[in-house]
Design a protein around this ligand. Sequence first.
Ligand SMILES: [Fe+2]
Ligand SMILES: [Fe+2]
Length: 477
Amino acid sequence: MTTTADYTEKIPNNVHLHEDRRLQRALESWQPNFLNWWQTMGPTLPTHDVYLRTAVNVGRDGWAQFGHVAMPEYRWGIFLAERDPGRTVGFGEHKGEPVWAKVPGEYRAELQRLIVIQGDTEPASVEQQRNLGATAPSLYDLRNLFQVNVEEGRHLWAMVYLLHAYFGREGREEAEELLHRNSGSLDSPRILGAFNEETPDWLSFFMFTYFTDRDGKYQLGTLKESAFDPLSRTCEFMLKEEAHHMMVGTTGVDRVVQRTVEVMREHDTDDVGGLGAIPLPVIQKYLNFHYSVSLDLFGGETSTNVANYYTAGLKGRWLEDRRKDDHKLTSDAIMVDALSEDANGELSIGQTEVSALVGLNTDLRREYIADCQGGVKRWNRILEEGGVRQRLKLPHVAFNRKVGAFAAIEATPDGEKIPAQEWERRQGDWLPTDVDKTYVRSLMQPVHQRGKIAAWIAPPRNGINGQPFDYDYVHLA
Ligand SMILES: [Fe+2]
Ligand SMILES: [Fe+2]
């Protein structure tokens, strides 16, 4: 298989689409529906063109090209990482067998479900972010928003390709449904909770790309291990694009914190609320919210479904091949978060031991949490270097949970269990209040002039693809 995409086709691809006329026709008839979705649910700010990266190759040396593109003419395509002909299943009961080029009948329903759930998140985030362009703090940020948006659109294409190519009529119906469900819709919402929350301001956007997109990275990491080779190769390439989304979130929060520190020092005060910057306690509340709703995306601490996915070879662990165990886990155990009950029936936050297979969600969430700590460490370094004594931190796993062991209780960010009335009284200390949100929104005045930036955020250290910050990243219509 060649790795260079064929751009002469209606749908750019590196999967030899022209050799399968039926599939090609099916995808070409989905394409106008996708474009219609992009026009009605995608970015609302009218633009002439945007300096975007487009995938052209999946190989090691250079995979993307940059140029000004009118967004509706973006070449959304289908790209799978190169096939490794000797690849074998890395875990579960099929460990060591050759990977699957087709969907085995006995796993069809499960694989389809996994692909639909992943696919549903991709367009959802575009919908959540559709109005942000109107309040972008700079053309650089505006360009990054649109880059994330077009690539989430491409990730939808990636999942729809799998549905069309391997799941027949049912797959095509699911592909239609991916365009019909909408984020926040009362009648047909997106499948997962965090993807129905709104992203009303840029602090939310940066927290979303840091915490929620990072959940996506970990989910893709488990699917990249799949014995179903086309899914594995699709996810491998998506992860490459995802790195930029992580960068947008990480450096976005960096720059907000940086600016807050500068204003704190300039005015020698912690209270930067009236001074056009975002106070550290508000940043902490946004962090608390986005982190806790993202933890919910990992599902319950224990799951027999996920145990079965693993045993069957459908979904592995994060960096499966670096794990030093038998990759079957049939006799291993893991401690997972749980509520324990004492002799008086009093519940408390604790842990319990379960079989490693059943605890796989916990394993993945732990990898994610360790990764999230990296961002907090980074932001705290900015505070330290700025001579500010406050620090940011991740709240306890029991804080503000709607899924899993701690959904039934309320807890403080320090992990202290509290009664429901106390939670009602104090949650405004820990989660963004209407006052906080209104203040943040009041700062969201658009800065659409080249080389200029809003006062609540510091400029980036580097531009995109070697271009300076004051480059004309976006031409507005
Ligand atoms: Fe994505
Ligand atoms: Fe992403």
